[in-house]
Design a binder for this molecule. Structure first.
Ligand code: PEP
Length: 249
């Protein structure tokens, strides 16, 4: 049985003090919510302090990225071992901003996902098409390619996030119908490639300008299991409202 997951990707925002202020507000308002899963992804510098606040609560911690090796000469990188050590349960892999600004390619993403699973982290793996690809009618082709590149990965151990790149941080949300079409395409593909069981248990999040006024309509769709939320997770009231609305669906 799939559970809804609402995950807040803070990206490169919030000092430690700001992060703790936000987390304290979230804990105060959300501590009794048991029906859905909640996760936050603060920047690396704030993981340790925010974990101290959420440790005994229903809010889980995640990292926004990781390297695939556990240690070594990788200046500036963060190991899966460190992420586990600091209290993370999740890690985002293959976000379109990493693909775009840091030239992350599918082969690297594959390695990171495998490594995350080895470290018992739950990778949230992002896939999605550009506006140009959508306008050319290539959405399904792009998604299928990205999923095929996740070769050798146990799909019962990951969360997928469908994030149309044209909807990320733009205020343009895919309509629930458009998003559902792609979510269903993904689930059908996983069923064909793996098994009906893996497909029906796979949590597929929607990401791209999800906010309080569209979350309900999105997650009412049968194949949308929650949201990866960027901008709207940076402000306590909007993230809290999204979670309360998701709980009531
Ligand atoms: C994201 O960064 O994953 C995202 C979906 O951002 P936003 O909600 O701001 O579009």
């Amino acid at each position: 049985m799939r559970r809804y997951l609402i995950a807040g990707n803070w990206k490169m925002n919030k000092t430690i003090k700001e992060a703790c202020e936000l987390v304290n507000k979230l804990v105060a308002e959300l501590k009794d919510i048991k029906e859905i899963d909640i996760a936050i992804f603060p920047p690396f510098t704030a993981l340790s302090e925010t974990y101290k606040i959420i440790k005994e609560t229903n809010i889980s911690l995640g990292a926004q990225n990781m390297w695939y090796e556990p240690k070594g000469a990788y200046t500036g990188e963060t190991s899966p071992a460190f992420i586990v050590d600091v209290g993370c349960k999740y890690v985002i892999v293959g976000h379109s901003e990493r693909r775009k600004y840091f030239q992350e390619k599918d082969e690297l993403i594959n390695r990171k996902v495998k490594s995350a699973i080895e470290w018992n982290l739950i990778p949230i793996v992002c896939v999605g098409e550009t506006l140009e690809q959508r306008e050319k009618g290539e959405t399904n082709k792009v998604i299928e390619y990205e999923i095929n590149e996740l070769d050798g990965i146990d799909f019962s151990k990951i969360v997928l996030a469908y994030e149309p790149i044209w909807a990320i941080g733009t205020g343009k949300t895919a309509t629930p119908e458009t998003a559902e079409e792609t979510h269903k395409f993904i689930r059908d593909l996983i069923q064909k490639k793996y098994s009906p069981e893996i497909a029906s248990n796979l949590c597929i999040l929607y990401g791209g300008s999800a906010k309080p006024d569209n979350i309900e309509a999105l997650i009412r769709k049968p194949d949308i299991d929650g949201a990866l939320v960027g901008g709207a997770s940076l402000e306590a009231n909007s993230f809290i409202e999204m979670i309360k609305k998701a709980r009531s669906v």
